[in-house]
Structures are given as C-alpha cells and as structure tokens.
Design a protein around this ligand. Structure first.
Ligand code: C2E
Ligand code: MG
Ligand code: MG
Length: 600
C-alpha cells in the first residue's frame, strides 16, 4: 500500500511530483540547465516545491534541498548534524496530539503529521511533514526522507490569516474552509497530470454513542488519534481534512481502487488504545472520482457525502462509490416528475375511452377510461411513455384521484346527454393500498352526488392485490360498501392462486390482452385463455377479453364461453367527445351483430 521514497537515480518524477497547491507560491528555485532536465531523483530533489530533508539513522540532517533553504532561510551548513526539532520544525502545540504523534512515529516507518515550522521571516507556519524511514537489506534504519509541505501557502493569502480559519484545532487537519480550496487545487493538479482524484467522505459510525459512553474529552482524544491513524495511510500528495465532529474528507491523488477502501476500513477497524482500554471504531465511506464525476468542487463533495449516506444505509462499516450516471438518471427522473406535476396542474392530462361490448347481444356495456398526456411539445403520449416516471411514488395517488374525479365528471356530462354507461377506471397498486383509499373515494363520490356509485368500476391489477392481500381485501370491501365494484385487470399475468381469486371481491375478470391477441396463432396463449375462462366460470365470475382485434378473436372467445370484449376490433380508445358519435354508428357494424345472431 505504501510506496517509499528511495533516493535512487531511476526515480520517476511523475510518481513524486509535488502538489499543485504549492504552485501558487512564487519560490525562487535554481534555473534548469539542459543537462539537468533528465527525470532523475536528483532533479526531484532540486526542483521539488516541497522542502526535502535527508537525515541519517539518528535523524540528523545530512542533506537539504533548495526548496528547504528557500522556505526556512537556513543553509545546509546551518542545519547539518541537527535534528529537525532543533531548527524549529515542531509537532503541533497541542500536547495530546504531540504525545500521540511521538508514539506513532516510534511505531511506523512512514508517518505524516501536521507541524508548525519557522520560516525565514521568523514566523511559524503550518506545514505537513511526512517522514519515511528507509531501511537497508538487513532491516536496519539507513536514513530518513522528510518532506515538508508549506500548508499556509495553499490559499496564497493564508499567510495573512489566523491559523484557526483554515485548521481544525483538535486534530490540526485542514478544515472545511481550507478543504474547499484544496479541492480546487487538487482538481487542477488532476487535470494537469491527467490523473484521477478521489474525494472520499468518511464518517465514524455511531460516534455519538462513544462520546456518550466515554465522555467528550476522551472522544476528542480518540478523534485526534483516529486522524493520526488515517493520515499515516495516505500518500505524499493526499490530503486529510476534518470537516465536522466525526466527519473527515480525504483527497486521494493516486489511482485508488476498491481494495484501497477495503484496506482503509480494515485499518479503521483495528482497536485504538485509550487509557488502557481498547476502543473499536468503524466508519462509512463515500467516494466519488473526478473527472469521471465531472462536477464542480462543491458538487464533488456533495456527491461523496451522498455516497457516504448510502454506505450508512447499507449497514455502515462499508464504502459506496458514487455513480454519476445513476445520479444523472435520478436527476432526469426528478425533472420528469416535476414536469408531470405541472402537467397535472395545467390540465395537460386527459382521458380516452374504449368501449366494452357484450358480443352475444351486441350491446355496449361500459367504457374503460385510459389516461393520455397531451404534451405541448411531444404530442399525445401513451401511458407507457409516462406512467413509469411516477411508478410507486405518491404521484400515482394524485393521478388516481384526478382520474376518478374526471371520470365522475364525465359520467355527469354523458348522463345529461342521455348516455348511461359505467366507466372503468384503472387504479395503481400504490394507490389501492393507501390506508385512506376508501375514505378518499367516498369524498370524491360525494363531490358528484348525481352519479350512482355503481356507475364506477375500479380495475385493479392482480399483482397489486397479491402484494398485500389483507390490505387490498380490506380496502376493496370498504369501497364495495360505498357501492363501487371491482374488476381484476390483466388476469393471467400475476400468478395469483385460486384461493386468492376466490377471496377477492371482484365482479369482473379481465383476461390480459397479450394472451387474447395471440390466442389464434399461439397454442400456449390459447391454453391460458381457455383455463382462465374455465376458472372464471367455475367461480361464477363474469369475464371480459381485452385485445379483441378481429372478428375471428370474437368468434373463438364466444365459442369458449366468454361474451364480453374490448379491443381495437370494436373500437380504439377515443376522446370523450367522440363517444356519442361512435355509439350512434355502432349498430351499423352489422358483422358484429351477425356474430351475435349466428350463435342464437
Ligand atoms: P389496461 O388497463 O390493460 O388497458 C388496456 C390497454 O390495452 C390500453 O392501452 C388499450 O389501449 C390497449 N388495447 C385495447 N384494446 C387493444 C387491442 O385490441 N390491441 C392492443 N394491442 N391493445 C389494445 P393503453 O391505453 O396504452 O394503457 C396501457 C395501460 O396503462 C393500461 O392497461 C393500464 O394498466 C395503464 N393505464 C391506463 N390508464 C391508466 C390510468 O388512468 N391509471 C392507471 N393507474 N393506469 C392506467
Ligand atoms: Mg385496465
Ligand atoms: Mg388490461
């Protein structure tokens, strides 16, 4: 997981390029001569923006680079043989952090910590110091490579501001304010180097319980210790920031994969020692990767947070990768739903009506109301083009109530024209299973007192009733008490058992059009139609065949004992105002009436 910085001639620049955050600082580094331009360790050493200090096994300085001299004002001669503390690179003043830091440095060959260092102007500035202990083949410490990055240079004006504006006082890590700027810099860096940048939001699981159990003070120490642990897992250019109580953000410049996050979680799971007690922590991680997620800095952070909440939902102690495509899809869905809400409010929806006839008598027994969207730009939309947008949302309830109300109005209107045909209305599963379904239906009916409730029939999907049989049964029987009856729609597609069919209070079974349409050419469909008709007859329930496209369908259905039909062969769904004309011309369709007579 770690890659250690070795002073070899082959070291490639790209691996250890300095953070772009330093580029804003106008450092006067030596100019490049043609012979110097090879990508060697020497050139990294000479041209890095970060101060680099090489110390021996005892941590005494043997070499410093020009950036070090530039940053601190010390020459090599002034610091040679001294330890970094001797020339004022100090751990943070917080004594707890100091203690932790020492322990950690003792333990690891690679560490990273917040320090403050004295610059050439005599002032102290925040820095990030990473120490790499390099060992020889026998495992003995050979030397140390110390890289000091000047954090105050990150926002170029930070030198004039107080430290606490940009750093969290407990952990010494960059805070949200600084992070926001670091993200910008990191994105720029990623663009320049054409490397991905992972933004990882980290939230400790149930930290509030730990605070409550161990007290705020121990909680604070734990957080500082936790921050230390995480920072040791990072590579040179990476950033760890604390953005809230137990919330951290990591900016990761190397190409991270799922293994990296699994390992990160695994090391978080290692117990932390607190006053002789071991404390177990887990965290939830949310990650988004720029430029795959090609968004602005603040949006990237939001996306990482969103993903972190998903990780929490998925049970915590896990990570979730933000998927920009999925997110775009959700956004489109959201916009479509908003558009649908407008359509409902602006009367862009309307009902078409498809007649249902009794083939034995030729009489029209009712109509089915079918929703259409007269879209101002896209023209007349069919239900399949927009119902999926609102599937399983509360908008289904809004639409359902609108449809019922509209159908009741239509009944009143037709009644005035002398047309008394019941209307079948489709009810979505979500709507049917609402606990106040029957109460709302009662209210809608009372708004149209001239309409006998028996003129309204509700078509419910077999699958809806199966979803929660008890709730469906309860709602259906309450509606029946209001005088409204039910039909079971698309029968044959929902795997309902005979027991349920017997239980459901339905007065009509509608055989799904997909079986009817192909029954003449497909033996399996014919078998289904035959069985449904047989079953419906056994349970003494009237049945209606949908999808009756031709007279041949009609004849076959009648021969099997199914008399009610609806389909393109009889009429396509039509606007309400077309219905009186169709009704008047229906008796002229003599072939249908001949059908009825032929069987008498
Ligand atoms: P459905 O309730 O099974 O309605 C019958 C569908 O079959 C209608 O499609 C109708 O136009 C079509 N159809 C009728 N006869 C024939 C035929 O002979 N051949 C063929 N190929 N198709 C025929 P539509 O209007 O596109 O509606 C599709 C589905 O959308 C409906 O199926 C229903 O499940 C749903 N739907 C329609 N209006 C509403 C509504 O107001 N509320 C709810 N929740 N769902 C609705
Ligand atoms: Mg229907
Ligand atoms: Mg149907």
């Amino acid at each position: 997981m770690y890659h250690s910085l070795k002073l070899t001639k082959e070291l490639s620049l790209s691996q250890h390029s300095s953070l772009a955050i330093r580029s804003s600082l106008n450092t006067a580094l030596p100019t490049v001569s043609a012979s110097d331009t090879a990508f060697t360790a020497e050139s990294v050493f000479n041209y890095a923006n970060e101060a680099i200090i090489i110390t021996d096994a005892e941590n005494r300085v043997v070499e410093v680079n020009p950036a070090f001299c530039e940053l601190t004002g010390f020459s090599l001669d002034q610091v040679k043989g001294k330890t970094p503390e001797a020339f004022s690179i100090l751990p943070l003043d917080d004594h707890r952090a100091k203690r932790l830091q020492r322990d950690e440095i003792q333990l690891r060959d690679r560490s990273k910590s917040q320090v403050s260092y004295r610059s050439h102007d005599g002032q102290f500035y925040p820095g990030m110091m990473s120490v790499n202990r390099v060992r020889d083949e026998l495992g003995n410490i050979h030397h140390h490579v110390i890289v000091l990055a000047d954090l105050s240079a990150i926002p170029s004006h930070a030198r004039h501001l107080k430290r606490e504006v940009y750093f969290d006082s407990l952990t010494g890590l960059p805070n949200l304010q600084l992070l926001t700027q670091l993200i910008q810099e990191s994105m720029q860096h990623a663009d320049e180097k054409q490397l991905p940048l992972a933004i990882c939001s980290l939230d400790i699981d149930y930290f509030e319980n730990i605070n409550a159990r161990l007290g705020q003070q121990v909680g604070d120490i734990l957080l500082a210790s936790f921050a230390q642990r995480i920072s040791h897992l990072l590579f040179g250019d990476d950033v760890l920031a604390r953005v809230g109580g137990d919330e951290f953000v990591l900016l990761l410049h190397h190409g991270v994969d799922e293994d990296f996050f699994a390992q990160l979680l695994a090391s978080i799971r290692q117990p932390l020692m607190m006053d002789g007690q071991s404390v177990h922590l887990t965290a939830s991680l949310g990650v988004t990767v720029y430029p795959h997620d090609d968004a602005q800095g603040d949006v990237l952070l939001r996306h990482a947070n969103q993903a972190m909440y998903r990780a929490k939902q998925r049970g915590r102690d896990t990570f979730h990768l933000f998927d920009p495509n999925h997110d775009r899809m959700l956004k489109v869905r959201h916009e479509q739903r908003q558009r649908f809400i407008d359509a409902l409010a602006q009367d862009e929806l309307c009902l078409y009506y498809q007649p249902q006839v009794d083939m034995y008598s030729g009489s029209v027994v009712g109509v089915e109301a079918l929703i259409r969207w007269q879209h101002p730009e896209q023209g007349l939309l069919q239900p399949a083009q927009f119902l999926p947008i609102i599937d399983t949302t509360s908008l289904e309830v809004d639409l359902g109530e609108w449809v019922i109300d509209q159908a009741l109005r239509q009944l009143t209107e037709w009644y005035a024209l002398g047309i008394a045909l019941p209307i079948n209305v489709n009810i979505s599963p979500t709507h049917l299973l609402m606990s106040n379904f029957s109460q709302r239906l009662g209210e809608l009916l009372s708004r149209h007192p001239d309409v006998p409730p028996a003129m309204l029939k509700l078509e419910v999907l077999e699958s809806a009733a199966m979803h929660d049989v008890q709730a469906a049964l309860q709602n259906m029987s309450r509606c029946q008490a209001l005088g409204v009856s039910f039909a079971i729609d698309d029968f044959g597609t929902g795997f309902s058992s005979l027991t349920h069919l017997r239980q459901l209070p339905v007065s009509l079974i509608k055989i799904d059009q997909s079986f009817v349409r192909d029954m003449l050419s497909d033996q399996d469909d014919m078998a289904i139609v035959e069985s449904v008709i047989y079953m419906a007859n056994r349970f003494k329930r009237p049945m209606l065949a949908e999808g009756v496209e031709t007279l041949d369908h009609a004849k076959a259905l009648m021969a099997l004992g199914c008399g009610l039909a609806q389909g393109y062969g009889i009429a396509r769904p039509m606007p309400a105002q077309a219905l009186p004309g169709w009704l008047a011309s229906w008796p002229d369709r003599t072939e249908w009436f001949a059908l009825a007579h032929a069987l008498r």
